[in-house]
Write a protein that binds this ligand. Sequence first.
Ligand SMILES: [Zn+2]
Length: 115
Amino acid sequence: MKKYDQIRRKLIDRRDEIKGRLNKVDQDILHTNGAPDPDSGEQALERENDDVLEALGGLARSELEKINIALDNIERGEYGVCTLCKESIAVERLKAIPYADRCINCADKDIDDID
Ligand SMILES: [Zn+2]
């Protein structure tokens, strides 16, 4: 019954970890923006740093979104089903990528399309 309990816990741990990191990134951005440095060279550096932080934040947010979808799917009993072919996703794959929404075959297809 609690087939995905372990994965669920893993997803929740990961979600909390990302949330913590996002909070830190937001604080870093607030900190650098809130204290402008009179030295223009320093400011350019800080702005560059902000871009990196925001890019990291964007990545973390998209992962967070996937995790939330996966957790929703677990709640609804729809977790572990490929969104393309509706086949079950291998548990080994879910353990490696808990928020995977495609089976290995469909993920491969996607890569072929890009090439
Ligand atoms: Zn599939």
